[in-house]
Write a protein that binds this ligand. Structure first.
Ligand SMILES: Cc1cc2nc3c(=O)[nH]c(=O)nc-3n(C[C@H](O)[C@H](O)[C@H](O)COP(=O)(O)O)c2cc1C
Length: 159
């Protein structure tokens, strides 16, 4: 069966996800963030997570060089933050959003959960690269409703 790419996108969109900002420190000083919904848990022992980065975007080069990344899980009230770091071009983390984790990685402040991760493997995934990483530090934030993404739109938990 030939898979039509638009239909494939639509079908994948039926899988509801949370929304995160993946972050990295570049050249020891610049802090960049990208909105992602491919974040997933992988293993409890060792503690492994992943997300996949689109190849051939301007920001993709950052992830080629990165040894670590941060993940910040967005709350329902943080849709504007999601939009900010999904825009092509300027991915510098705004000072009002920035917090620095115990491992020195940039994170988004006041998020539902934060992880600082060391990349252990890069796996080729077609037009994406899967970044498998070991969690080295984490924090749980406020017990608030998450930002959800479903069928190409932001959603809220109904109850
Ligand atoms: C809800 C949502 C989820 C996204 N998930 C991913 C993702 O998992 N991986 C990825 O590489 N880009 C993802 N993107 C796209 C990036 O946020 C961003 O638009 C892209 O990296 C822009 O890159 P550029 O500045 O290099 O063009 C997502 C965007 C949105 C709005």
């Amino acid at each position: 069966m030939a898979i039509d790419s638009r239909e494939f996108r639509n079908a994948l969109g039926r899988f509801a996800t949370g929304v995160c900002v993946a972050s990295a420190r570049v050249d020891g000083q610049r802090h960049i963030g990208v909105t992602v919904n491919s974040f997933a848990s992988v293993s409890l022992a060792p503690p492994l997570v992943l997300w996949s980065v689109q190849k051939n975007t301007e920001i993709a080069k950052v992830w080629d060089d990165a040894t670590h990344y941060g993940i910040s899980v967005l709350a329902q009230t943080q849709q504007e933050i999601s939009n900010t770091y999904a825009k092509p071009g300027d991915h510098d983390i705004r000072s009002e959003h920035l917090s620095i984790g115990p491992m020195g990685l940039p994170l988004i402040k006041d998020t539902l959960a934060q992880f600082e991760c060391r990349i252990v493997q890069r796996i080729d995934g077609g037009d994406h690269t899967i970044l498998l990483a070991e969690v080295e530090s984490m924090a749980i934030g406020a017990d608030e409703a998450p930002l959800l993404f479903f069928s190409g739109q932001y959603r809220a938990i109904a109850n």
